[in-house]
Design a protein around this ligand. Structure first.
Ligand code: PLP
Length: 394
């Protein structure tokens, strides 16, 4: 399909869809259908036997959803994409596909709250254990890998502390032992970071965030090699059932067309705001990877095009002060999620990471003073004016 590697700005608009196939319709038609008719009984037999390509039932595939999967595969430079009902549907289907009872998963220290919950459930129900690692050196990783380690699961940048993990280093160690690496690439987006190009095996997105970009869809996508994802599609996804609806795919394809320009603007705004936050007396510490003082800045330079749109910061004060700062805001919205046009702010200790026990939260670096900001697409000086007046009132 791809004759040469287009740049991502072009790829998101053109890959995966040819209007000639659809009566010249510029916009992709929405195939809002649950099932597909067969011309003959024999054709139905051939489709179900896998001898003939074609659609059968929308839980097994839908043309609108396929276009999104192809666009995501082109963007992440993977063989194929697979769309899910949510980011967590993608995380759970991939982890269930890669593990069996009594296996072990090695994770980055710092994970999305529900991924943490899923790992605990897998431990209780199936004795699939896990360890956390800061993944700082090869030796540290090698020491934690066991014979039953079935996969390495990495988030970078880590939510919400914005620590980074060197994917090239992790891939080298994983491949010594033939262990697949799964990367949750939600925070960076494929415009800034492409783990498959670095040697990782599967990329997962909560497409709810930057991929959709407009705060109107819950969705997930995985990208990786075709054999593995074909298998996931026909096993864990088909039988657990977390498929994406055609309308959600249609909205995501619309959102995706502006992903590169949106992400560049999110980065531009975040770069400006992180400097302002740094010099405010009520702000104790700022965590943003595109800053030479960030401990993982060299990793940012190596694997991410820019620093992204998320900034975390600790305020000088207590938990009630952090909550008061949020209450003082005018147009910035108090909400979890990220990657939307609107600037969103939240308090991880009591919101996204409330399910994580306090000891683990401390280990992850999530204090009661920590605030996470998803910098939106508004004029950056308007965003700063709102943040500044909220901080000044403390
Ligand atoms: C939001 C998020 C998820 C979960 O995605 P949903 O679409 O809400 O199911 C997973 N990982 C990260 C990093 C996220 O931000």
């Amino acid at each position: 399909m791809m004759k040469y590697h287009k740049q991502s700005e072009t790829s998101v608009i053109h890959d995966g869809y040819d209007s000639d196939d659809m009566l010249g319709s510029l916009a992709l038609p929405l195939f809002q259908t649950s099932t597909f008719t067969f011309e003959t009984a024999e054709q139905g037999e051939r489709r179900f036997a896998g001898e003939e390509n074609g659609y059968m039932y929308s839980r097994l595939g839908n043309p609108t959803v396929t276009v999104l999967e192809e666009k995501m595969a082109a963007l992440e430079k993977g063989e194929r994409g697979l769309a899910f009902a949510s980011g967590m549907a993608a995380v759970s289907a991939i982890l269930v596909a890669l593990t069996k009872a009594n296996d072990h998963i090695l994770c980055s220290s710092g994970l999305y709250g529900c991924t943490f919950g899923l790992l605990n459930m897998m431990k209780e129900k199936y004795n699939i254990t896990h360890d956390f690692s800061v993944m700082g050196t090869k030796d540290e990783l090698r020491a934690l890998i066991r014979p039953e380690t079935a996969c390495i699961y990495v988030e970078t940048p880590i939510n919400p502390t914005m620590k980074l993990i060197d994917l090239e280093m992790v891939a080298e160690v994983a491949h010594e032992r033939d262990i697949p690496i799964v990367v949750d690439n939600t925070f960076a987006s494929p415009h800034l970071q492409r783990p498959l190009e670095i040697g990782c095996d599967v990329v997962i997105h909560s497409a709810t965030k930057y991929i959709g970009g407009h705060g109107d869809v819950i969705a997930g996508v995985a990208v990786g090699n075709k054999e593995f994802l074909d298998n996931v599609q026909m096993t864990t996804q088909k039988d657990m059932g977390g498929v994406m609806s055609p309308f959600d795919a249609w909205l995501l394809i619309r959102g995706l067309k502006t992903l590169p320009i949106r992400v560049d603007r999110h980065c531009h705004n975040a770069e400006k705001i992180h400097w302002k936050l740094r010099s405010h007396p009520k702000v104790a510490r700022v965590f943003y990877p595109d800053d030479s003082r960030h401990p993982d800045y060299h990793i940012r330079q190596k694997q991410m095009k820019r620093g992204g749109g998320i900034i975390s910061f600790e305020i000088n004060g207590t938990k009630p002060d952090a909550q008061q700062m949020l209450n003082n805001l005018n147009f910035i919205k108090i909400a979890v999620s990220l990657g939307d046009a609107e600037t969103l702010i939240q308090h991880p200790a009591t919101m996204t990471h409330a399910v994580v026990p306090e000891v683990s939260r401390q280990e992850m670096g999530i204090s009661d003073q920590l605030i996470r900001l998803s910098v939106g697409l508004e004029a950056w000086d308007d965003i700063w004016a709102d943040l500044e007046q909220a901080l000044d009132q403390l």
